[in-house]
Write a protein that binds this ligand. Sequence first.
Ligand SMILES: C[S@@+](CC[C@H](N)C(=O)[O-])C[C@H]1O[C@@H](n2cnc3c(N)ncnc32)[C@H](O)[C@@H]1O
Length: 353
Amino acid sequence: MKSRERTAVFPHTVAPAYPEERIRTSLGVAYWAESASLMKEQIEDQSVDLIMTSPPFGLVRKKEYGNADASEYLDWFRPFAGQFVRVLKPQGSLVIDIGGAWNAGKPTKSLYQYELLLTLCKEFDFHLAQEFFWWNPSKLPSPAEWVNIRRIRVKDAVNNIFWLSRTPFPKASNRRVLTPYSKSMEGLLESGYRAKKRPSGHEISKKFSTDNGAAIPPNLIAVANTESNSHYLRYCNENDLPIHPARFPALIPEYFVRFLTDRDDLVFDPFAGSCVTGEVSERLGRRWICSEIDEKYLLGAKGRFVSSPSPKQLRFTGTKIESYNVQRPGALWDDNPQAPLPPDGGRSRPKKQ
Ligand SMILES: C[S@@+](CC[C@H](N)C(=O)[O-])C[C@H]1O[C@@H](n2cnc3c(N)ncnc32)[C@H](O)[C@@H]1O
């Protein structure tokens, strides 16, 4: 297909003819490469334990590093999917962090990430082990036209994270990602929990009052994407290098590397950007391969491996917040006068008041 279109889609990204090594440590390597080719040339069958990645999103408004248009997305993704199937170990996992996209000029959402999920499961025989939602509490309200001006949609603040696997039983243990008990659960454990039926009809057995020391987390991961003072940013600034505009916070890959892999396992990020996945894997003693098509992002990524920041600095870069409050709906419902619903669904812009 479409090599001309592809050039248009990724105007800043010309991969070298053969993968070129740009960063090497005792555990890993980052290549300047186009990832489908890199996999073909460098990665053996059934050798990877975890593919942890955040591909370019099918955003309607293109970002600086280039994004495939939502409708072309599946065609673009298929060659990667075929290689993922080949390189993953039978008990390995594929974790994809992917943001939603708005349809151009309309207050409706593209289905592209769900189409991708269906394609991966139906055409490539992946199992959906579980879907996660990454809630970014620092997300600003957008798109402004629908959310702030016409007030007909709410703020989009979650990304999908699809955890896919080759078998229904990939390697995993939730004991690796436990969280502290909530205050209310601590209270229940202290005062004792009476076995009873819940209003939902579920029987709550005595087992729920056993103090296991920590709670099993939900599939909602709350992490603000507000890195502002990390060793990576400092390295880029000090060396006048471009900062990757769409990094995920290290806690996202760290969660899945801990949850799904053991030490010395191999982690691969085919859309590596600034190599957050590589950095996390290095710190956790996993072998890793990163591949990034845009060389300029690997220049700054080097900074993740030249100095050795403390584990604490790495893990909580940019924020000291350990938990977030989500408001239960309804706190303002009684006091607020009922705003009229626009009769045309917001088709016309409200007049300036
Ligand atoms: C959403 S960003 C990933 C950011 C990364 N997770 C981080 O935190 O820095 C997606 C990256 O994929 C890269 N990319 C796009 N197509 C690629 C390809 N065919 N091979 C390798 N990298 C590619 C883009 O240049 C971009 O840096």
